[in-house]
Design a protein around this ligand. Structure first.
Ligand code: 13P
Length: 265
C-alpha cells in the first residue's frame, strides 16, 4: 500500500531562473524516459517559469504551482488564479508553506481559504503543516499539527473524497531556515502517524491509507532513504537538494529504492 502513495516533489522556490527551470525540466524528462519510475515526480518551478516549463512537459513529470489566490473573482495585483493554473495543466498547488506563514503572515484562515479554492477547482493542494522552533522547544508540536489540520478539515468536511496531499515540514528543519536543525526520521514519522490518525478520524481508514503524506526539511540524496523508508513517510517535498540536477537525480534514486513494491511484505 505504501508504495502506491509514493511521490516526490522538487520545489525550486524563487531560486532557479526561468532558463535553469527549463533546462532542469528537459534533463529530468530525459532521465525519466531512460529510467522510468512507478511513483509520481513533480516539479514546482517559480511562477514566471510555469508556462515555459509546461511547454516542455510530455506527461512524465507533473506540474505543481507554489501559490494561488483564494478567490478568482477579486482583482488582485500580482496574484495567480486557480483557473490560470488549470490553463497551464497544473495538477498540484503548494499551500501553507512556513516561509509564506513567516514572511507574508499567511495564517490558518488564509491557508484554509486557499485549500478550499484549490479543491473547488479540481487542483490538489499540497498542504504544508508543521511547527516552528519555539513550538517544538516548548512541546507544542502535537497541538500545532492538530490545529493546523483542523482548520483545513473544517473547509473540506463537506467535499466528497477531497483530493489533497499533506506535507509535514517542521519549519526549524528546513535547510534555509534560521535554525536548520535535523528532524530525525523517526521523529518525523511519529508526526506523520499523528497526521494520518487525524485524517482517519475524519474520513475513515481507507481514505487515510490512500493519503500521501510527504516529509520536507533538509532531505538530501544522502539521507532520503532514511526518511522514505519510514512506515508513514510517503516521499518528500524537497527544496535545496532538488535545485541541482545531480541532487534531483539522487532523490529519485532514493525514492526508487524506498518505494519499490518488492520491498513490501
Ligand atoms: P529544503 O529541502 O531546502 O530543506 O526545503 C524544504 C522545503 O521548504 C520544501 O517546501
Amino acid at each position: 500500500m505504501k508504495h502506491e502513495r509514493g511521490k516526490l516533489f522538487g520545489t525550486w522556490k524563487n531560486r532557479l531562473s526561468v532558463a535553469a527551470s527549463e533546462s532542469m525540466t528537459r534533463a529530468l524528462e530525459a532521465h525519466l524516459v531512460e529510467f522510468p519510475t512507478t511513483f509520481e515526480v513533480s516539479v514546482c518551478p517559480p511562477m514566471v517559469a510555469m508556462a515555459p516549463v509546461q511547454r516542455i512537459l510530455s506527461g512524465i513529470l507533473s506540474l505543481t504551482a507554489q501559490n494561488l489566490v483564494w478567490d478568482d473573482d477579486v482583482s488582485f495585483t500580482g496574484e495567480t488564479n486557480a483557473t490560470h493554473l488549470l490553463e497551464l495543466g497544473c495538477k498540484y498547488v503548494i499551500i501553507g508553506h512556513s516561509e509564506r506563514r513567516i514572511y507574508l503572515r499567511e495564517d490558518d484562515e488564509i491557508v484554509a481559504r486557499k485549500v478550499q479554492t484549490a479543491v473547488h477547482h479540481g487542483l490538489s493542494p499540497v498542504i504544508c503543516i508543521g511547527e516552528f522552533y519555539e513550538d517544538y522547544k516548548t512541546g507544542r508540536t502535537k497541538a500545532v499539527i492538530e490545529s493546523q489540520l483542523a482548520s483545513v478539515i473544517r473547509v473540506l468536511r463537506n467535499t466528497e473524497n477531497p483530493q489533497f496531499v499533506i506535507a509535514y515540514e517542521p519549519a526549524w528543519a528546513i535547510s534555509t531556515s534560521r535554525e536548520a536543525l535535523k528532524c530525525e526520521p523517526d521523529l518525523a514519522n511519529a508526526n506523520h502517524l499523528l497526521i494520518r490518525e487525524l485524517i482517519r478520524n475524519e474520513w475513515g481508514h481507507d481514505f487515510a491509507e490512500r493519503t500521501t503524506i510527504l516529509y520536507g526539511g533538509s532531505v538530501s540524496p544522502q539521507n532520503a532513504r532514511d526518511y522514505f523508508l519510514q512506515s508513514d513517510i510517503d516521499g518528500g517535498l524537497v527544496g535545496t537538494a532538488s535545485q541541482s540536477l545531480d541532487g534531483f537525480k539522487g532523490l529519485i534514486a532514493a525514492a526508487r529504492y524506498a518505494f519499490n513494491p518488492k520491498l513490501e511484505v
